[in-house]
Design a protein around this ligand. Structure first.
Ligand code: FMN
Length: 195
C-alpha cells in the first residue's frame, strides 16, 4: 500500500495512449470515487469523465477563459501548459453537489457549519483515490484548479445540474516523462507519537 501511495506523483508529460481500454479506465475512476469515504456517507462527490475530444474541448474552454485575463506576453506559456493537459487521454472533473450539502444542513442543524468543510474533505478523498488508482494502473495524472473560471462554461457544455460545484480537474494519460525526486520536510516538524 505504501508503495502505491509513493508512486502516485504529479505527471505533466501526458500522452493519449492508455494501458487499459477506455471503458476500464472509466470504470476505475467511477469505482475510486464510489468507494471513497464521505461525511455521513453523504456521497456528495460527482464526476464528469471526459475522454479524447471531450477532454480537449474542456481545455479549449479553459484556454478561452484564460486568454481573456492573462497578459498577452504571458499567454504562450499558459497555452503550452494547457496543451500539455490536452495532450492526455482524458480529464476527470470533480464536483461536489451543493444540494446534498444543503440537505444535510437542514437535517442536522447542529453540524450546519461543518458540512461545507466536510464536503471539501470528501472531494479531496475522491481525488486522491482516483489519482492513486490511475497511477496504480500505470496512468499519469495531475491535479488542476481552473475553477471557478470555467464553471459556467463547463456546466453549459455538458448540461450539468446547477447544484454541482466544480472543485478540481485531473488530466490523465500515458506517462511520457520522468518525474523528479520529491523532497520531504523533517518528520520532527510533522509528527508526534505518544503512548
Ligand atoms: C489540494 C491540492 C491542490 C493542488 N493544486 C494544484 C494545481 O492547481 N496545479 C498543479 O499543477 N498541481 C496542483 N497540486 C499538486 C501539487 O503541487 C503536488 O501534489 C505536490 O507538489 C507534490 O507533488 P506530487 O504530486 O508529485 O507528489 C495540488 C495538490 C493538492 C493536494
Amino acid at each position: 500500500m505504501l508503495d502505491i501511495l509513493k508512486n502516485r506523483r504529479s505527471q505533466y508529460a501526458l500522452g493519449a495512449e492508455l494501458p487499459l481500454p477506455q471503458d476500464e479506465v472509466d470504470h476505475l475512476i467511477r469505482e475510486a470515487i464510489r468507494l471513497a469515504p464521505s461525511s455521513f456517507n453523504s456521497q456528495s462527490s460527482r464526476a464528469v469523465i471526459l475522454f479524447n475530444g471531450e477532454s480537449r474541448r474542456f481545455w479549449d474552454l479553459v484556454k478561452d477563459a484564460l486568454r481573456a485575463i492573462v497578459p498577452a506576453e504571458d499567454f504562450p506559456r499558459t497555452e503550452r501548459r494547457l496543451a500539455g493537459f490536452a495532450a492526455g487521454a482524458g480529464t476527470v472533473l470533480f464536483f461536489e453537489d451543493q444540494a446534498v450539502v444543503a440537505d444535510l444542513q437542514r437535517k442536522f442543524p447542529l453540524y450546519a457549519e461543518n458540512f461545507p468543510i466536510w464536503s471539501e474533505h470528501s472531494t479531496a478523498m475522491a481525488q486522491l483515490a482516483t489519482w492513486t488508482a490511475l497511477s496504480d494502473a500505470g496512468i499519469g495524472a495531475s491535479l488542476q484548479h481552473y475553477n471557478p473560471l470555467v464553471d459556467d462554461e463547463a456546466a453549459r457544455a455538458w448540461e450539468l445540474p446547477a447544484t454541482w460545484r466544480l472543485c478540481a480537474q485531473m488530466p490523465f494519460g500515458s506517462n511520457e516523462g520522468e518525474i523528479g525526486q520529491k523532497s520531504y520536510i523533517d518528520d520532527q516538524q510533522r509528527f508526534h507519537t505518544f503512548g
